[in-house]
Every structure is written in structure tokens, then in C-alpha cells.
Design a protein around this ligand. Structure first.
Ligand code: NDP
Length: 252
């Protein structure tokens, strides 16, 4: 069997939640490697700033960044996001499902609206991406789903019940996808530990926010997760990197 050498070919990569933190670092890394990144998030100004920040790297590598306003909780917007990428480059090679929120709280605080938001973004948003990209990947006979799950997909601590629930779901959905889909489609789950980003800013419960300041004291940069994404993408087409956990070496 002839194995296509995909290791150095420029890819069209969609990244959700590319306006900050891990998504921005993934986009910047892949642009530097010559890939064409379609970057989605709600804060379009931040995506334009990222495009400016990466312009020199793009000129050198031949890569590109195209900012798109995107709310992953809106299924139609995610379909348009994928369709737009196909229009621009003729195909899509990778979908990085990264958009996520983490307003941690104890269950007895009953911050039900925040539970709903985590379910909508972290689970429904991920599923919308899969629904939009899977038919294209199947028709192309190639594609790569990368889910940014979390160490919260592997453990529960007080205040993380709902967040961890959404990340266990993200892990399970991605594992199910791996088992079900055509072997020409690759599936990777990356679970970061504590990474410097804006993620904890959405915590409104003061106890959880305080606990997180201590828990998050030892963090690694988002470039560490971008390196893991890059590694998974760069493998030959017959090599499927299914799961990576990346944590700070120093534990709090
Ligand atoms: P950030 O808060 O910095 O980034 C989150 C991104 O998600 C932003 O770009 C935000 O963009 C986007 N986002 C949020 N809601 C939506 C939405 N409805 N539609 C589209 N985009 C949305 O945090 P991180 O970079 O840390 O988080 C990225 C992923 O990594 C998340 O899934 C998170 O759970 C996961 N993770 C992070 C860890 C960490 O310690 N940082 C650890 C483990 C996992 P905008 O607001 O502009 O829409």
C-alpha cells in the first residue's frame, strides 16, 4: 500500500477558539509551519490582531490566517465556518476543536446558567464541528479531528463537576469518533494540564476563583500544547496519534 507523505504538505486547518490562549498559540505555530489556518472565535478584533502578529511568519512560511467570527454554540455558524474554509482552499484537512469555557463552581451554588454555558460550548460546540466536518472528511477520504479536552477529562475535583463532565464527554465523543469513522480519518485528543490563558477569568464563584489561583500557580505556556498539536499533524497519514496528556512538570 502506498502511504501518502503528508508530513510536510501545507494543510487547511480550522481552529475554534483561536482568539486567545491555546487556540491562538496553535494557530501561530501552524502558520509558522506553512499551514493555512481558518481561525474562529467571537472576538473578531483579537483574531485580526493575531493575523497582524503572525503576518511576518506567514510571509516567510507561505502559510496564512483567515479570521472568522464564530460562535460554536450556533450550529449554522459552524457549518458556514467549515463551508467557508472549503471555498477558500478547496478542502479542509484538520479541525481543531478547542473553544471552551470553565466557570468552575460547587454544585450547591446552583449556577445553572454557567453549567448550561459549559455544556453548550464544550460539548455542543464540539459536536457541531464534528457534524460539519465529518461529511467532508469522509468524501475526501482524509481528515483529522483534534479535540482539546483537558486533564479534567481524567479527574474530578471539587468545583469541577460540570466542567469535568463536559470534558469527560469531549473525551468520550472523540474516542467514539475514532472507533466509528473511516480509517482514513485521524482522531487525536489532547488533554492539557494547567496552561497560562484567560480560561479561569470566567469563574464567578469567589471560593473557586481563589482555589484556582493556587492550583494554577504552576502553569506551562500555550505553546506547549501547540507543539503537541503540531506533532500529531506532522505524522505520516498511516500514523494516528490518539491521545496526548501535557502537564506542567512542576506540580502545585
Ligand atoms: P482561553 O479562555 O484563553 O480561550 C478560550 C477560547 O475559546 C477563546 O478563544 C474564546 O474565544 C473561545 N470561545 C469561548 N466560547 C466560545 C464560543 N461560544 N464560540 C467560539 N469560541 C468560543 O482558554 P484556553 O486557551 O486555556 O482554552 C482552550 C481550550 O483548552 C478549552 O477547551 C479549555 O477547556 C482547554 N483547556 C485549557 C487548560 C488551561 O489550563 N488553560 C487546561 C485544560 C484544557 P471568544 O471568547 O473570542 O469567542
Amino acid at each position: 500500500m502506498q502511504i501518502e507523505d503528508t508530513t510536510t504538505t501545507p494543510k487547511t486547518v480550522l481552529v475554534t477558539g483561536a482568539s486567545s490562549g491555546i487556540g491562538a498559540a496553535v494557530a501561530a505555530r501552524l502558520i509558522g509551519e506553512g499551514h493555512h489556518v481558518i481561525a474562529g472565535a467571537r472576538r473578531l478584533d483579537r483574531l485580526h490582531a493575531l493575523a497582524e502578529h503572525t503576518a511576518a511568519a506567514a510571509a516567510e512560511s507561505g502559510g496564512s490566517l483567515h479570521p472568522v467570527r464564530l460562535d460554536v454554540t450556533d450550529r449554522a455558524q459552524v457549518e458556514e465556518f467549515v463551508a467557508l474554509a472549503r471555498e477558500r482552499t478547496g478542502r479542509i484537512d484538520v479541525l481543531v476543536g478547542n473553544a471552551g469555557v470553565m466557570p468552575l463552581s460547587r454544585l450547591d451554588s446552583l449556577l445553572v446558567d454557567e453549567w448550561d454555558r459549559m455544556i453548550d460550548v464544550n460539548i455542543r460546540g464540539l459536536l457541531h464541528g464534528i457534524a460539519a466536518a465529518l461529511p467532508h472528511f469522509t468524501a475526501q477520504g482524509a481528515g483529522h479531528f483534534v479535540t482539546i479536552a483537558s486533564i479534567g477529562a481524567h479527574q474530578v475535583v471539587p468545583t469541577s463537576a460540570v466542567y469535568s463532565g463536559t470534558k469527560y464527554a469531549a473525551w468520550a465523543i472523540t474516542e467514539g469518533l475514532r472507533q466509528e469513522c473511516d480509517p482514513t480519518i485521524r482522531v487525536t485528543t489532547i488533554s492539557p494540564g494547567v496552561v497560562t490563558s484567560e480560561l479561569a477569568d470566567s469563574i464567578t464563584e469567589s471560593g473557586a476563583a481563589e482555589a484556582m489561583r493556587t492550583y494554577r500557580a504552576h502553569a506551562i505556556p500555550p505553546t506547549a500544547i501547540a507543539a503537541a498539536v503540531s506533532y500529531a499533524l506532522a505524522q505520516p497519514s498511516d500514523v494516528d496519534v490518539n491521545e496526548i496528556i501535557v502537564r506542567p512538570a512542576r506540580r502545585g
